[in-house]
Design a protein around this ligand. Structure first.
Ligand code: PMP
Length: 428
């Protein structure tokens, strides 16, 4: 019903940290407004409760004969099944648990077949831009429309040797502009040219349902700490074939099925061909369990209502920023492009770092400033030279010069209206 939809739009999903107060330089305290979800989202209360209920019972996985070890092994493996379901994986896909999106993409880079060509837009986050340095990488220029992204990729792939292996790496939602990328169309283009595609869903999965099957991507990567679970665990899910034959990402116990001394004095190792092949060592059981709890909580809340509520927050922020003539919102695809709750901007006459510091000190609002680990993209959006090495972090613009870095506000499940309203009032 309309009333139910309206309630869903107004009612945020409970997250941790809503009671935290912070001091203001102007005196007194205020409830902390966490508006930096794109860096790390607060954990859902539900995730915390699930982890707390399990914590007394956890034990080593895949190793112990004891009851709690077996229970933990079951919960660990069931978490894999939950993640596969959350991502709508195909039969035969593997879910490998990693430390983060960065780790997942580095793992994929480590299992590329011999001679693999990699295609990646220069607009990617460094986690998806940089792991491919040992392969033959083609960096694609920033597109200014989603269609241009597809055309650019098509052209690049048409020039390659169609018989060799190739991989396209693309983000689902930008960590700078929040804009959605045409994942399905890019996957179709990749496959039409015999290439594989991996989706960096670090910013997409917390905001939209991801279907590996429907988007037809070969792999997807995301991080628990951006998906309302704590730090330390991530996922790489998708096609088993490249993963099954490559050398293990880490050599060690758990990845090896059998190890024996050889007559020549060395050791003979047979590695697992399951996800365990790339998960050597004792895994982050709590982190993995927390990711599965988050997947379940988000699925139960329903992405339709999460998206509706987030759109309401996006509209509030965009409308508020539009009323401030000095504010310029950064965008590759234009104002009307569909986006998640990640918005970067600069304020004419302001140093972005000072602006962000003032939001914190005077209003208790936590945003981020800088180049957001996507230096070429932010440089392009700010109109500075994307080929200029520049400084990492928060470079200072001289008096009267345009900003060299930007301010990013980001939010999602659990963000109350008051936080974005306070942000808009503070910017004004
Ligand atoms: N990809 C994107 C689009 C991101 O926003 C981030 C995190 N900012 C990453 C990858 C890397 O995630 P993590 O730091 O958890 O490895």
């Amino acid at each position: 019903t309309a009333a139910a939809t309206d309630a869903a739009v107004r009612e945020p999903l409970p997250v941790l940290g809503r009671d935290v107060t912070v001091p203001l330089v102007t005196g007194g305290e205020v409830a902390y407004a966490a508006l930096d979800y794109a860096a790390s989202a607060p954990a859902l209360q539900r995730v915390w409760d699930d982890v707390a209920a399990y914590a007394p019972y956890y034990g080593s996985v895949h190793r112990g004969a004891g009851y709690l070890s077996q229970l933990s092994t079951d919960l660990f493996e069931n978490s894999r099944a939950t993640v596969a379901e959350f991502l709508d994986c195909r039969d035969g896909d593997q879910v490998v648990f990693t430390r983060s999106t960065t780790d997942s993409l580095n793992l994929l880079a480590a299992v590329l077949p011999e001679g693999c060509q990699v295609f990646v837009f220069e607009t990617e986050h460094h986690a998806s831009l940089l792991p491919w340095q040992d392969a033959q990488v083609t960096y694609l220029n920033a597109p200014r429309t989603p269609q241009q992204a597809v055309d650019t990729l098509e052209r690049a792939l048409a020039d390659r040797d169609p018989h060799g292996p190739a991989l396209v790496c693309v983000t689902g939602a930008s960590n700078v502009t929040g804009e959605l990328w045409p994942v399905r169309e890019l996957a179709a283009a990749a496959h039409a040219h015999g290439a594989r595609i991996v989706l960096d869903a670090a910013q997409l999965a917390p905001h939209h349902a991801v279907s590996v099957r429907e988007s037809d991507v070969d792999w997807v990567a995301f991080s628990g700490h951006k998906l309302y679970a704590p730090f330390g665990a991530g996922v790489l899910a998708g096609r088993a074939d490249w993963l099954q034959v490559a050398e293990p990402y880490l050599a060690g116990g758990g990845a090896s099925r059998t190890v024996a001394r050889r007559a020549d004095g060395g050791v003979h190792v047979e590695w697992h061909t399951t996800a365990a092949r790339h998960e050597a060592g004792s895994p982050n059981v709590i982190g993995v369990y927390a990711i599965a709890a988050a997947c379940k909580a988000l699925t139960e809340a329903g992405f339709d209502s999460l998206v509706a509520r987030e759109q309401h927050l996006i509209d509030t922020v965009r409308a508020g920023l539009a009323e401030v003539p000095e504010v310029r919102v950064l965008s590759l695809f234009g104002d009307d492009a569909p986006r998640v709750g990640v918005i970067s901007f600069v304020v004419e006459g302001w140093n972005s770092s000072h602006f962000a510091a003032a939001l914190s000190a005077e209003y208790g609002i936590g945003v981020r400033d800088g180049l957001f680990c996507a230096h070429p993209l932010v440089r392009t959006l700010l109109g500075s030279d994307p080929q200029d090495a520049g400084e990492c972090g928060a470079p200072e613009a001289g008096p009267g010069e345009p900003s060299l870095n930007a301010i990013r506000v980001s939010f999602g499940a659990g963000t109350p209206d008051e936080h974005v309203e306070r942000f808009v009032a503070a910017v004004k």
